[in-house]
Each structure stands twice: as C-alpha cells, then as structure tokens.
Design a protein around this ligand. Sequence first.
Ligand code: CU
Length: 156
Amino acid sequence: MSIRMAPGVARPLLAIAASLIVAAVLALPAAARAAPSVAVTEAWAREARQGEVSAAYMTLTNSGDADDVLLEARSDVAAATEVHQTSMQAGVMRMGPAGPITVPAGGTVSFRPGGYHVMLIGLTQDLPAGAELQLTLVFEQSGEIMVPLTVRGAGG
Ligand SMILES: [Cu+2]
C-alpha cells in the first residue's frame, strides 16, 4: 500500500514545487519595478555676454520602460534658469515657460531653436564660444541629472 501511495503523494508535491519555482520566476520582473532611464545628449548653449540671455538645447532620450517628467532646470551662470517653449501665435513667435515636459518611455524630446529650450536669463558671466558649463535637469523619477554643455558661437 505504502509503495503505491508514494508516487501519488510525490506528484502533487512536485507540482507544488514546480509551481513555486514558476511563481518565483514570474515575480522577478515585477520585483524590478518599471523605471525610466533618461540620457541627455547633444547639449549646447548659445554664445552670449554677461547680463544678456542665452538658451541651451539638448536631446532627452528615455530608454527605460516608464515615463519621466522634466520638472525644472538649474544653472549657476544665470540669475534665472527656466524651461521655455517657443511657439507661433497669430503669426508672431512667442516664448514662455513650458511647464513639466514628459519624456515618454522609449521616446525622445528635442530641445532646439524654435521649440523647447532652457532659458538662461541674466547671465552672471560671459559665455564665449568653446566655453564649458554645467546645467542640472531635475526629473520626477530620475532625480537630478548633471548636463555638461558646450557654448557655440553665432555661426553654430
Ligand atoms: Cu525662452
């Protein structure tokens, strides 16, 4: 009797053990929470003099599997640093604060002349062509990302 029962008992135990292993494997992706992964490339700022305004441009790429949101930009070369958007309104180019900008999972947001830019208002120093400076971008999920910028002259 006991010899015949053993396989009957063993089989459910094996099945339970196997399902526990499957459950553990399935739980792994859930344990590694979806997260954004934001990289900043092609970052540059426009040449300008102390007291003037400049603008910084860059490309934000999110290779992660969750959206992230750019909340603000900071720099120590200007009295105020604001994320702006340029748009055409009734045939006139206008710009103003852009508000939070979503960088979608797997997506790219370009900051370029005529669109999004980081406005450096009231420069506290000259920004000559070739100079290097640093900007901090603050994201909802990724936190602060330090961005090295190169200053470009009017000729590009
Ligand atoms: Cu602006």
